[in-house]
Design a protein around this ligand. Structure first.
Ligand code: SF4
Ligand code: SF4
Length: 375
């Protein structure tokens, strides 16, 4: 088993991850880069290029591979602009020179370009490419993918997982600790906004508001069953995926503090976690206001740490078995399995949750009435 673990660029991660039983690949990206990334807030820890080079060298010395994210869902057509295209090639030259082992890519054209001009880089397809069926997996493999991060929405659809692993030769990766809404309606908009905000050439100059994260956090706290419907995988259930040929598990959470990343990695490495499952999931902390004002001149954000939930992991033994026979895609409107599980297992402070929900509702109101644009 191998783990794909996020880095927040803290050097302390390297040595401690190298002691885990599981093999580890780290993944990360500079906060602003040429291609950008669709997966984390633009106010993440920033690094100078030289510091990133040094970090990757240290990771290699400790026996960890490094995967660099190039996974924005779009480059706003700037990949066809001659000057930006030359910068793109220079950026890929730099990534190759600093010894990156693999890159994670969403845009099919970039897969072809990298395969042709930078064959030394292994190519991983991002979860943002939404590979959730055999046809799409084979398509990306034929373009040159060495491995594919599957769309996490199929994490509990074992027939589809098995069919994909049988249909392709390339490595299949599943995202293990994700707390995104099942069939999140904000997902495409969210990745698109993050991608544009993290691109160095993009005229939005980093402008970003955490609308999607505020919205989905509100949904999860207003209906606790959403926390169960999310497609996380318990460390104890990894063997079910290994049985069908999946040996690589990704942990999400580049914005998580070092101790939380290490706790999640240790749990998945040991295939066991005692206590609150929520502690190892990528729980989001939405920011209220402009995360990055870009050229708008608006003021900054207020971090809003969400209330703690307690999800009894040991009481989830056998929880996954139901999904072997259930078709969630077509049956969710009349199934109460996740609601009953939430009622039984999730503990929280009602006052704290209500106060927080009111705060997020107020934040959404202040966005939908356009006050920020007229003040
Ligand atoms: S659940 Fe939230 S964080 Fe996940 S994709 Fe949807 S909006 Fe984004
Ligand atoms: S169909 Fe049932 S088991 Fe599947 S996500 Fe919906 S409530 Fe949960």
């Amino acid at each position: 088993m191998r783990l794909l673990v996020p880095t927040n660029w803290d050097p302390a991660l390297i040595e401690r991850l190298s002691r885990l039983d599981a093999g580890v690949d780290l993944y990360g990206v500079l906060t602003t880069s040429l291609i950008g990334t669709g997966g984390s807030s633009p106010d993440n820890v920033d690094m100078a290029k030289g510091q990133a080079e040094e970090y990757i060298t240290r990771a290699h010395a400790a026996g960890l591979n490094f995967d660099y994210l190039l996974n924005a869902p779009s480059m706003s057509n700037m990949e066809w602009d001659k000057s930006t295209h030359r910068e793109l090639i220079e950026h890929l030259d730099w990534i190759t020179c600093i010894g990156v082992d693999s890159v994670t890519v969403t845009i099919p054209y970039l897969v072809e370009l990298i395969k042709r001009q930078f064959p030394q880089l292994k190519i991983r397809i991002s979860t943002i490419a939404h590979v959730h069926n055999v046809a799409r997996a084979r398509f990306f493999e034929s373009l040159g993918a060495d491995s594919i991060n599957l769309d996490f929405h199929v994490n509990r659809d074992f027939r589809t997982l098995e069919a994909i692993t049988k249909a392709v030769e390339c490595e299949i990766i599943v995202l293990a600790n994700n707390l995104c809404l099942y069939q999140c309606p904000y997902e495409y908009y969210h990745h698109d906004g993050l991608g544009h905000a993290s691109q160095s050439y993009n005229p939005v100059h980093g402008c970003y508001v955490d609308y999607c994260t505020i919205r989905c956090t509100l949904d999860r706290l207003s209906d606790m069953s959403e926390n169960i419907k999310c497609r996380w995988i318990r460390p104890e259930d990894l063997h079910l995926y290994e049985d069908i040929g999946i040996g690589m598990f990704k942990i999400s959470g580049r914005a998580m503090p070092t101790e939380r990343i290490l706790r999640a990695a240790a749990a998945y490495s040991s295939r066991h976690y005692e206590g609150n499952l929520h502690d190892i999931l990528n729980a989001l902390a939405p920011k209220i206001g402009f995360v990055n004002a870009g050229p708008t001149g608006a003021t900054g954000h207020t971090p809003a740490p969400p209330p703690e939930l307690y999800i009894d992991n040991q009481a989830l033994d056998g929880f996954i078995d139901f999904f072997r026979k259930q078709n969630c895609l077509s049956e969710c409107y009349r199934c109460d399995y996740c609601r009953k599980t939430a009622d039984r297992l999730i503990r929280f402070d009602r006052n704290q949750v209500d106060e927080y929900v009111a705060r997020l509702t107020g934040a959404l109101d202040s966005l939908s009435d356009s006050a920020f644009a007229t003040a």
